[in-house]
Each structure stands twice: as structure tokens, then as C-alpha cells.
Design a protein around this ligand. Structure first.
Ligand code: PMP
Length: 733
């Protein structure tokens, strides 16, 4: 059809308007793919659109469009519709054409004032809701409309996605991997469950008009794709366009869906098919475009026009496949008068008040996937702080390991089990000799608590040296060795058997006192102290001094372990030391409560004084299955290597930010353990809250709470780093 498009000049249009309609008007051509449209203005200022239709267009399809316009104008849609203007002899469609050439059909419609949705930015929630209502009103009205020409085979009809799928072979391998599953999901749709009717069928950004406030949709134009199909396709097609170029495509789509559902309630089957249909439209688009490109290899515009669709498809492919459907279900449910529980109030009433909640406007997160978290409204947040979801939120391999073992057996470590044997063997193998004895526990606190007992049992003393602002856990004994707590609000100060050394600026280490020393606890890079990388040689100097005084050295790797350093699997290895005890937590179970202590046979023997150490949950088969899966994924997906490459890239990007923004100071990091300082806590807090509004999660730390910490899941990509840097640049600016 595109090849047989009419080619009339503006002069021709002026002539036709005069001859056929008795209209003396100026003409300007409007863009159109397969037809020709001229905007006419007569001397009195009245405006019209002269439509010259493709030679291949069936007359009855033009009649369908005219009848639908009249029907809608007589319905209660709240929208404005163009009127069909008859010729002087009372005809609504008239043939025209050049001699010997093909015949075209001419129609005249009244002009509807407004701005295209495509030119309105941003698309506010009010505007998206207005679009949903307008479309629903149109679909509801069209339920009473019928026309034999609507029962046609249209290549854009979502029922005919198979026509587009034939061109899959023209896509590249990576493109096919994104698009193929979408057609597979389309194939599984049960069309018999979807109410059918005549739809507009092309509610794209340039067919929707918005009033001068930019908040209200006033009209829907271009009925050239009208067809009888599943009614919900009308909304799905609109959603495909609504999602393009949006920071939060699913949240934006959900706003349209919610408003649509209020005006024309969607059946359950419609809600559940909606997302599949919307992405089917995108999949069809890129396939037809690939075909057009193959026919016109020199047309660069074709590829450019398709870029936003590909960008969106790539983003959607990174989401859990069933997530958008859940968001649409929620969007509809929240308008059915179901009470939404006041989560904050319940929390205030029943949860211990010594627990804070993140952000001035707390987040209601209900889904995690990879490096992304999703809130109840469908917004996606790039998670730059969760070092627990080490291999990515809800990694399917980890989930399967846990669920599979949970269904088989979950007991304790007093039985033999393959998972336990394999896990302790493989965990020990990641550590240098003589670190070979493993204790499995359920948290970082339990690990450090046990480490403290081991050190005290081994040395027969109870003194501990820790670093300023360190945090090692939430038990009584650990609060006593955590300056972050005992020197913080509500703290009771430093106990007499604990010594605090400053956050190191150089390799030198001065032992505060040598008597009674049991242990030196130190994170291998400091987290609560503000993402501090230890100066080279610091731990060697410290360990030498501690050993000389008869103490043991505990490396708290709860935050820093499992490849985050990038160059090494354990952060202490970057310091060239071997601790006597290593404590593990957070990332070890990717969110499953797991922790571990690894020590030397010698220290383990000292602890085995007759008193048994038993931990009900520690080392159970489910936990071991999870721990094994985490080790598998770190290796299988090259996550340590990614931490190195992406971490270096991000560090360089942050250094670039520091050059442009004087408030950014002391950018630092190793692998995906990074941070930088802002002048004070106020700036840091403001930045974190603003970044959250822009869909990026960060948090603060350090003695002055002015350090921005960055320690994302290790699946964090270069593209994520770019997004983080771009948003930081914006907010800092
Ligand atoms: N050590 C360090 C360095 C930590 O950051 C934490 C927790 N933030 C812990 C130990 C305690 O771990 P958990 O909260 O799992 O008990």
C-alpha cells in the first residue's frame, strides 16, 4: 500500500476542494504513510482535512470509518470527533484520479484542534488517566457499533501476529531472543475468552490529541486501522506506545489501565492478556520494520524509527515475565473498592519502634529481579545498595535450589547430608590455608558472636580492638565491640575491655594496649565507617602487632566477601594477609538467612573444650543448597570479573562527576564496593531521596552520615552504571 500511496500536490488539493466541495481554501500537506491528508483553511478561518485514500483501500473500509465517526459523535464519549462533510451533491466519498492512472477516494472531515500526545511532555498521571478514560469511553461506545467491512484481515490486527512473525529470520540473534518468547506467549492466548468488537486499532501518540492544559485527551484520530477483533487490543496498542521512552514503562501503562478499567471494566481474561498483547504490538512493529528495511536497505529512517521500540523491548526483557501482568491486576483491583491496608500504621502499632524505615516517602516494594526492585505501582528502582542480593534479587537458580530442597528435607546438622559436605568443602576451598574449619550459622551477627567466642576460648583473654565507627552485629556482646552502636544514640559508651583505633589514613598501626588482648576485629574494607578502602599494608601491620601481643585476627567479610572486591574473592586478600578467623553473612545466601565462620584447625580445637556448639538452623540442607547455588552462580556468571570491570568503569565515572561537581569529594572504591563524600548529612540525605524519585536506590553511611555508598548486586551492568551516573549528574547539577 505504501508503494501505491497517492501523490497529489497542494495545488491539486486546492483544486479538488473547490471542484468537489465548493470550498476556497489554502492547503498544507500532513504526514501520512499510505494515504494523503491536506489541512485546508478557508477565508473565514474554518479548517478541514481533505483525505485522499490509497488506491488499494476498499471503498467499504472508508464507509466503515465514516459510519464509525458519526456513531461516536452521537455517543457519550466526552471526546470530540471530526465530522464528515458531504460534497455539494451530498456524497461522502468520491472517486478521483489521473487519466489512465489508479482511482483514489476523496473525503472531507472537519479539523479538530489540539496537540498530538507525541509532542506533549511529560505525560503526567492526569494525562495518562485521561487517555485511559477516553479510550475506554470509545471502546464502550463502539460495543454498540457494527459494520461488515470491520470483519477484515488486517496485518496490524494483533490476532494476525503470525504475519509479522514470518519475518523473525530478518532479526539478529540477540534481537530474536527478545522477540521470539513474545510471539510464543501470544500463541498461548485464548482469544475466545476476550470480548470482541470494532476497535480504533491505532491509538499511537500521533493519533491522540491533547488540550492546551496538557492534561486532557480530547480526540482520537485516524480510523484507518479499524477492525473487528478483541476489544482489549485497542488498549494494548495504546499501551505499547505509552510505554515508549518512559522512565517507568509499566507504571505509566498501569496508570492508563487503572483509569480505563474505571470507565470500561476489564474482564479478568482481558487484564491478564493485556501485557502480552501490548508487547505483541511491539514485536510486530520491529518485525514489519525489519521486513521494510530488507526491501529498502538504503532507508536509514526505518532503523531510526524503530530504536525506541527496541530500547523498550530490551528493558522489558530484563523484567520478570509475569510482573507487568501482576501490576495491571493490582491497578484494576485498587479501583474495585478493596481496602488497601495501611502498612505504615500497622507497622507503627506492632513493630518495635527502634527500627527506622528508609526514605521520607517509604517505599512499598513487592518484587525483586536482578538488580531491580519494583514497587506496588509498578515503578522500577535500580538497586545500588543491596549487597545481600549478591547474585541478583530472586535469582532463579537460588530460588529453585531453596524450593527444591525445602520440598525434600529440612533438618539439622546432626545427620549426614551431601549438601552439607559439599558446601563446607567448597566454601573452605575459596579460602587460603590454614582456614579450613567451617561453622554454619544464620546471620552475620551469629558469625561474629561465634568468632568472639572462638577468639576468647583460644586466647583465654577477653580484650578486643575494633575500628572507629565499626559495626559487627546486634547481640549484647557485639554491641560492646561496635563503636557505631556504643558511641551512637542510646549507646552506653566503650566497655573497659574494648579499645578503638581510628579509621586508618596510612599503613601504620599502633596497638592501643597489649594486655588481655583476645582479638582484633576488622572489616577488610570499612562499610559503616563510610566505604573506606584500607591503605595498602594496613592489615599486615595490624595483624603483625596483634599476633605479637598474642591476639587473633578476625576478618569481618560480612559485607565485603564473595567476589565484590573484583580483583579477589575475599577483600582481605587485597591486603595480602591471612586472618585467623573469617566471618561471612549477607551475600552468602543471597537473602536466605545464612552465615558462616571459617577458622584454623588449631583455633577450632581450642574451642572444642567439651561444651557443644549446636545451631538449630545453621547448616540445614536448604541453607546448604542455597549456599551452593550462590557459589555456582558467582562462578557461572563471572560475577567477580563483572565486579572488577563494572566497578572500575563506575569508579572512573564517579571521578568524572567529582570534576564537574565540587561537592563530590573523595571518590573511592574497590570492585563494586564504592563511595564518595558530600559536604554534610543534609546534602547526602537530599541526594538519596531525590535519586529515589528518579528510580535509583542509594544510601548513606560514615561517621558524619555524609558518605554515599554504592554496593549493588554483582549483576550490576555497565548500562546500570551509566544510568546511575546520569541520574547522579542530574541531581548534583
Ligand atoms: N558485620 C557487618 C560488617 C555488618 O555490616 C553486619 C550487618 N549490617 C553484621 C556484621 C551483622 O549481620 P546480621 O545483620 O546479618 O546479623
Amino acid at each position: 500500500m505504501v508503494r501505491k500511496a497517492p501523490r497529489f500536490s497542494a495545488e491539486d488539493a486546492i483544486r479538488l476542494a473547490g471542484e468537489i466541495y465548493g470550498l476556497q481554501a489554502a492547503a498544507v500537506e500532513l504526514p501520512s504513510e499510505r494515504d494523503q491528508n491536506f489541512r485546508l483553511r478557508d477565508s473565514a478561518g474554518a479548517q478541514f482535512v481533505l483525505k485522499i485514500s490509497n488506491a488499494e483501500e476498499a471503498l467499504e473500509v472508508l464507509d466503515l470509518q465514516n459510519k464509525a465517526l458519526k456513531f461516536l459523535a452521537a455517543s457519550d464519549t466526552g471526546l470530540e470527533w471530526p465530522h464528515v462533510v458531504p460534497t455539494r451533491s451530498g456524497n461522502e466519498i468520491v472517486p478521483t484520479g489521473s487519466e489512465g492512472g489508479p482511482a483514489y477516494f476523496v473525503r472531507l472531515l472537519t479539523w479538530v484542534e489540539g496537540r498530538c500526545l507525541g509532542y506533549v511532555r511529560p505525560h503526567s498521571p492526569e494525562l495518562l488517566a485521561s487517555l485511559g478514560r477516553g479510550l475506554a469511553a470509545t471502546d464502550a461506545a463502539l460495543a454498540g457499533f457494527s459494520h461488515h467491512a470491520a470483519h477484515r484481515t488486517l496485518y496490524w490486527d494483533l490476532r494476525n501476529a503470525a504475519l509479522a512473525r514470518r519475518h523473525l529470520g530478518l532479526l539478529s540473534g540477540p534481537q530474536r531472543r527478545i522477540v521470539e518468547p513474545l510471539f510464543d506467549a501470544w500463541e498461548k492466548l485464548d482469544w475466545r475468552t476476550l470480548p470482541a468488537g470494532v476497535i480504533h486499532g491505532d491509538a499511537n501518540d500521533y493519533n491522540i490529541l491533547v488540550d492546551e492544559t496538557g492534561a486532557k485527551v480530547t480526540s482520537i484520530l485516524d480510523f484507518g486501522d479499524m477492525v473487528h477483533t478483541a476489544t482489549v487490543c485497542d488498549l494494548a496498542i495504546a499501551l505499547a506506545y505509552v510505554m515508549l521512552d518512559k522512565q517507568d514503562p509499566i507504571a505509566a501503562a498501569a496508570q492508563v489501565v487503572a483509569a480505563y478499567h474505571q470507565r470500561r471494566p476489564l474482564a479478568v481474561a482481558e487484564v491478564d492478556a493485556l501485557y502480552t498483547l501490548a508487547v505483541t504490538r511491539l514485536a510486530m512493529s520491529v518485525c514489519y520494520c525489519a521486513w521494510q528495511t530488507s526491501q529498502n536497505p538504503n532507508n536509514e529512517y526505518l532503523a531510526i524509527s524503530n530504536r525506541p521500540a527496541w530500547a523498550l523491548l530490551e528493558r522489558l526483557a530484563a523484567m520478570p515475565a509475569d510482573w507487568p501482568r501482576d501490576v495491571f491486576r493490582r491497578a484494576c483491583a485498587s479501583h474495585e473498592g478493596r481496602p488497601t491496608p495501611d502498612l505504615l500504621a500497622t507497622r507503627r502499632r506492632h513493630l518495635g519502634p527502634s527500627l527506622s524505615i528508609s526514605y521520607r516517602q517509604p517505599l512499598h516494594i513487592i518484587r525483586g529481579w536482578g538488580q531491580y526492585l519494583y514497587d506496588a505501582g509498578g515503578r522500577a528502582y535500580l538497586d545500588c545498595v543491596n549487597n545481600v542480593a549478591h547474585v541478583g534479587h530472586c535469582h532463579p537458580r537460588v530460588v529453585q535450589a531453596a524450593a527444591g530442597q525445602m520440598a525434600l528435607l529440612n533438618t539439622n546438622t546432626r545427620y549426614l547430608h551431601e549438601h552439607l559436605a559439599e558446601y563446607i568443602e567448597r566454601l573452605a576451598a575459596t579460602l587460603p590455608e590454614p582456614l579450613s574449619v567451617v561453622y554454619l550459622v544464620c546471620s552475620g551477627s551469629e558469625a561474629n558472636e561465634l568468632a568472639l567466642r572462638l577468639a576468647r576460648a583460644h586466647t583465654g583473654r577477653d580484650g578486643v580492638i575494633v575500628i572507629e565507627t565499626a559495626y559487627h552485629g546486634n547481640t549484647n556482646a557485639l554491641i560492646d565491640i561496635s563503636p557505631y552502636k556504643f558511641n551512637g544514640p542510646g549507646g552506653r559508651g566503650k566497655p573497659p575491655n574494648v579499645e578503638v583505633v581510628p579509621i586508618p589514613r596510612a599503613a601504620a598501626f599502633t596497638l592501643p594496649r597489649a594486655d588481655n588482648l583476645a582479638a582484633f576485629f576488622c572489616e577488610s574494607a570499612l562499610s559503616c565507617a563510610g566505604q573506606v578502602i584500607l591503605p595498602p599494608g594496613y592489615l599486615r601491620a595490624a595483624y603483625d602487632a596483634v599476633h605479637a601481643a598474642g591476639g587473633v585476627c578476625v576478618a569481618d567479610e560480612v559485607q565485603t566477601g564473595f567476589g565484590r572486591a573484583g580483583s579477589h574473592f575475599w577483600m582481605f586478600e587485597t591486603q595480602g594477609v591471612v586472618p585467623d578467623i573469617v566471618t561471612l553473612g549477607k551475600p552468602i545466601g543471597n537473602g536466605h538467612p545464612l552465615g558462616a565462620v571459617v577458622t584454623t584447625p588449631e583455633i577450632a580445637r581450642s574451642f572444642a573444650n567439651g561444651m557443644e556448639y549446636f545451631n538449630t538452623f545453621g547448616g540445614n540442607p536448604v541453607s546448604c543448597a542455597v549456599g551452593l547455588a550462590v557459589l555456582d552462580v558467582i562462578r557461572g556468571e563471572g560475577l567477580q570479573e563483572n565486579a572488577l570491570a563494572t566497578g572500575d568503569y563506575l569508579l572512573r565515572g564517579l571521578a568524572g562527576l567529582a570534576q564537574r561537581h565540587p561537592s563530590v569529594r573523595d571518590v573511592r572504591g574497590l570492585g563494586l564496593f564504592l563511595g564518595f563524600e558530600l559536604p554534610a548529612a543534609e546534602e547526602a540525605d537530599a541526594l538519596v531521596n531525590r535519586m529515589k524519585d528518579l528510580g535509583v536506590l542509594l544510601s548513606t553511611d560514615g561517621p558524619l552520615h555524609n558518605v554515599i555508598k554504592i554496593k549493588p548486586p554483582l549483576v550490576f551492568s555497565r548500562a546500570d552504571a551509566d544510568l546511575l551516573l546520569e541520574r547522579l549528574d542530574r541531581v548534583l547539577g
